[in-house]
Design a protein around this ligand. Structure first.
Ligand SMILES: N[C@@H](CCC(=O)N[C@@H](CS)C(=O)NCC(=O)O)C(=O)O
Length: 193
């Protein structure tokens, strides 16, 4: 088995990268020069025709055609969780993992990064998340997993992209961001963006 993750500097590739670092999944990181447009040209567009990162390539004789190509960070995360992370073992575990990854990549990402949604949605989502994150427990079960990776990666973007945001009304969100930043695997994934 050989995994190659394609990403750019300061890109969403840090999310699946963090997951692989946490779970000790061996991979190679292929940094694309996005300023030079490497992500919009061959050979990368043969992996993701939409020219966006991250993308994952797995080579393994056991795979159909010996190779799997995946794009969309959420799809990559869920694949890694099921195949290598000992997660998503039952339909209900898979359903919960999908719920949180889709929440992170669709609902939370929109509330953070789409300016017209931010004012209305952000305080509402943060209020609910703050309650759910009380006690610092994983979002599913007892062990850090793909749901925490997806949601907490976005929360940890907050001080990076919006340093002026006042998070003091959300102390559990603040504690989750601090705990995320303290994780060695997160530092490894972010430090080598
Ligand atoms: N929904 C996609 C979004 C991918 C995405 O927009 N990636 C950005 C980098 S974070 C990108 O490749 N932008 C380059 C471009 O659109 O040209 C995912 O989660 O993978």
């Amino acid at each position: 088995m050989a995994l190659t993750l394609y990403g750019g500097a300061r890109s969403r590739a840090s999310m699946p990268r963090w997951y692989m670092e946490e779970k000790g999944i061996p991979y190679r990181f292929q940094l694309l020069d996005m300023e030079a447009g490497e992500h919009r040209a061959e050979p990368f567009t043969s992996i993701n025709p939409f020219g966006k990162v991250p993308a994952l390539v797995e080579e393994d004789p056991a795979l159909p055609g010996g190779r799997l190509q995946l794009f969309e960070s959420g799809a990559i995360l869920l694949y890694l969780a099921e195949r290598y992370g000992d997660e998503c073992r039952t339909p209900w575990e898979r359903g919960l993992a999908q719920q949180w990854v889709l929440f992170a990549n669709a609902t939370l990402a929109t509330a953070l990064f789409v300016p017209s949604s931010r004012e209305r949605e952000f305080p509402r989502l943060m209020g609910s998340l703050d309650q759910l994150l009380e006690g610092g427990r994983p979002l599913i079960g007892e062990v850090w997993g793909v749901a925490d990776c997806a949601v907490n990666a976005y929360l940890a973007y907050l001080p990076i992209f919006f340093p002026q945001l006042d998070l003091s009304p959300f102390p559990n969100v603040q504690a989750t961001i601090a705990a995320t930043q303290a994780r060695a695997a997160y530092q490894q994934a972010m430090g080598q963006r």
